[in-house]
Design a protein around this ligand. Sequence first.
Ligand SMILES: [Zn+2]
Length: 143
Amino acid sequence: MIRYALSCDHEHEFEGWFGSSGDYDDQQARGLLECPMCGSKGVRKQIMAPAVAGTKRTAREAPPAQTQAMMMEAAGRIRRHVQENFDDVGDAFAREARAIHEGKAEDRGIYGQATPKEVRELVEDGVPVAPLPPEPAKKTELN
Ligand SMILES: [Zn+2]
């Protein structure tokens, strides 16, 4: 069932229930709709303003642009955390990650560069690696 807010040509406002939007069109076309207050058949759907119903979470949902900015912000924080707390091993990443995994190097957090092939081999061997979020494309001063 669909509820429509209707009004007649005398500005009386009332509600009508229909099985579908086609039902409304059909009844309207056959002149079956009339105002319960004045009997006018000049009944039309009221223009509905956009509305949000449901949970507070839905109502407060951030617009996409803002969500993206927040995600970039979070990615930047993760990246900063890694850069401040993990060892930069550069392009020795794959070798070093494997050495740590096999207990041949000091167990610590590292980051660096690896080729997709190296990453795939590490993952296949059960070495926990994860991509670092990309540098936020923001115009911030370096250093
Ligand atoms: Zn009316």
